[in-house]
Design a protein around this ligand. Sequence first.
Ligand SMILES: [Zn+2]
Ligand SMILES: [Zn+2]
Length: 181
Amino acid sequence: MSAFDCLLPDSSEKFCGTCKSVKFSEEFHLRSTSKDGRAYTCKDCVKLYNKKRYIDQREHSILYGLCTEFSCDATIYFSSRLCEDHYYKKVSFGRMGSADYWSLLRDKAYEQKMLCAISGDDLIPGENMSLDHIKPESRYPHLRSERSNVQWVTKWVNIAKSNLDMDEFVKRCCNIASRHE
Ligand SMILES: [Zn+2]
Ligand SMILES: [Zn+2]
């Protein structure tokens, strides 16, 4: 029996060489290539390491104008922190529930000539570009992923339109305009 065994009276415990502490075996990832079948570093340390690596890569990407999506080194798209593909994938996932519609959203933006479908203002990805559900998501949840129900608008337009459909929104804009004539 070595001095090391004395330190670890229970065989279900293991020493993490990174944080220098004794932990239960379950707190180490399984690794078939190691002698005891467990990783050298505990799960917490692995998590911390990955997080640091992620942050380092993100900072590097921001500094050099590269996509901040992990392991992507394409150049950024307009004012966003993502490349063109990842920009549309992120919006597609966030607004339509799946990243699958990304190329459709990209094509739509170019069909609109990068102009807001409602106000005609310039759209700048990462700055003022926003995806609108023509029939609002809150009232027509089944149309969330419907390709014909989305359009690119500027952020302020999307906020003002809120849960209105096009007719209602235009009517309100007309009411506002007539009060200020
Ligand atoms: Zn550790
Ligand atoms: Zn990317």
